[in-house]
Design a binder for this molecule. Structure first.
Ligand code: HEM
Ligand SMILES: *[C@@H]1O[C@H](CO)[C@@H](O)[C@H](O)[C@H]1NC(C)=O
Ligand SMILES: *[C@@H]1O[C@H](CO)[C@@H](O)[C@H](O)[C@H]1NC(C)=O
Ligand SMILES: *[C@@H]1O[C@H](CO)[C@@H](O)[C@H](O)[C@H]1NC(C)=O
Ligand SMILES: *[C@@H]1O[C@H](CO)[C@@H](O)[C@H](O)[C@H]1NC(C)=O
Length: 373
């Protein structure tokens, strides 16, 4: 009977693997169909020809001749910084997500708010509330300075975020991923774009999928990339909805609920919404592993959005699969991260290589300001 149960389990595992493989295959087929294929000539009319498909694709060895040291420089700096301050790595990984999901991987996250035209303040993504936890912008500037001194004007801020993200994973004992490079920096950053596109911690799978699908990411990407929550910390304001009554999704194990209350409620019962940092992967929050999924199964996922992944029948099997098979999680995470890294990238002659990551180059005319997406 026990043997049968085990065989049944491996049968389901094998089956899930097949399904997962097919989904990934279908995804890459759809992508190969939509990217790079010119519009049929009959639809090209007048002068309104869409040439975006002519932009060169990203490449793994993009800097091989122009700045071969770039990936190693980023990696060394991220390793070193993380060894002094363990919050560096998770922040860098999260920054890459927050850059890519809003308007594409164009370093729009790094631009400072500015005065557009005469007096009207233009608030950038950086000043949106969901980005106000980031305090490593100056470290990104440091990387940029170093790269500018070695190969001036060559490495984009958007690529720095990509290289820093994979370095952050390696710095927390995860796999050493390769990621394609050649992104260029965008010219605009709008706070309301961040508001529209950054997913909320209170969302269920349908809400999360709206956000991910909108960026060309699918349900497998959603479950795999959420695994980034295996490193880093949240704060009390991100679990407000779990401690309110009724919660959107209750914290089930009572010890975990009590722990959260102890951490996030002051003795007089008011809510401490800022100060305290809470580990997102209870057993190994600074190691990039599959502990996040084990946590979801144990009911100790930190956010409502995390825990919903183990409730919704569409995502639950994937959570189980990644909890059981770390190697598979590592593989899928790499694929999904690279896919995320290709969202709306600027390449070739699009955009620019910023000299400073927080501001557009001084010779950029206001007319270049891209329209909102
Ligand atoms: C699925 C939708 C997602 C939601 C709703 C979400 C939400 C959040 C929230 C609320 C925090 C904590 C902020 C705080 O309280 O300080 C957080 C942290 C984090 N997120 Fe996500 N996230 C999502 C997806 C992702 C993805 C796709 C990645 C990267 C690939 C990512 C990487 C991280 C990391 C590494 C941290 C820890 C940051 C730190 O320690 O400072 N998240 N996320
Ligand atoms: C390593 O990081 C520390 C702390 O931020 C810094 O003082 C030091 O200069 C860094 N070393 C290198 C080689 O980057
Ligand atoms: C840009 O914003 C960062 C914080 O994100 C700040 O430290 C820096 O001083 C700002 N730079 C300029 C030139 O305003
Ligand atoms: C997800 O949340 C939305 C908005 O709160 C709700 O309308 C919807 O029914 C929920 N979907 C599922 C599958 O729970
Ligand atoms: C954390 O580690 C303890 C002790 O090894 C184990 O009993 C528990 O199941 C782990 N929790 C999770 C969520 O993996």
């Amino acid at each position: 009977m026990k043997k049968f149960a085990i065989e049944m389990r491996s049968f389901w595992q094998a089956w899930l693997l097949v399904v997962l493989f097919l989904i990934v295959l279908a995804g890459s087929y759809a992508q190969s169909q939509s990217i790079g294929s010119p519009a049929p000539s009959s639809t090209i009319s007048a002068l309104n020809i869409d040439t975006t498909y002519l932009s060169p694709p990203l490449q793994f060895d993009f800097y091989a001749t122009s700045c071969p040291e770039a990936p190693a420089i980023v990696s060394t700096m991220v390793m070193n910084a993380t060894s002094y301050d363990f919050t560096v790595a998770p922040q860098l990984l999260r920054m890459f997500f927050h850059d890519c999901i809003v308007q594409g991987c164009d370093a729009s996250l790094l631009l400072n708010s500015t005065l557009l035209y005469t007096n009207s303040p233009l608030y950038a993504e950086k000043d949106f509330q969901k980005n106000d936890r980031f305090d490593k912008f100056s470290f990104v500037d440091l990387i940029k300075q170093e790269l500018e001194s070695v190969c001036p004007g060559v490495v984009s801020c958007a690529d720095i975020l990509a290289m820093a993200a994979v370095s952050a994973i390696a710095a927390t004992q995860g796999p050493e991923y390769q990621i394609e490079l050649g992104r260029r920096d965008g010219l605009s950053s709008y706070q309301d774009n961040a508001q529209t596109h950054l997913p909320g911690f209170y969302l269920n799978v349908s809400g999360l999928l709206d956000s991910f699908n909108n960026a060309g990411l699918d349900i497998v990407d959603l479950v795999a990339l959420s695994g980034a929550h295996t490193i880093g910390q949240g704060h009390c304001d991100s679990i407000q909805d779990r401690l309110q009554s009724p919660p959107i999704y209750p914290i089930y194990p009572s010890y975990f609920l009590n722990q959260m209350k102890t951490v996030c409620q002051t003795p007089d019962g008011t809510f401490d919404n800022n100060v305290v940092a809470i580990d997102m992967d209870v057993n190994s929050t600074f190691i990039f592993d599959n502990g996040y999924y084990k946590g979801l199964i144990a009911g100790v996922g930190l956010f409502t959005s995390d825990q919903f992944l183990y409730t919704d029948p569409r995502t639950m099997p994937l959570v189980e699969l990644f909890a059981q098979n770390q190697e598979l999680f590592f593989q899928q995470f790499g694929v999904s991260l690279r896919k995320m890294g290709k969202i709306n990238v600027l390449t070739g002659t699009q955009g620019q290589i910023r000299q400073n990551c927080w501001v557009r180059n001084s010779n950029t005319a206001d007319v270049d300001f891209l329209p909102r997406i």
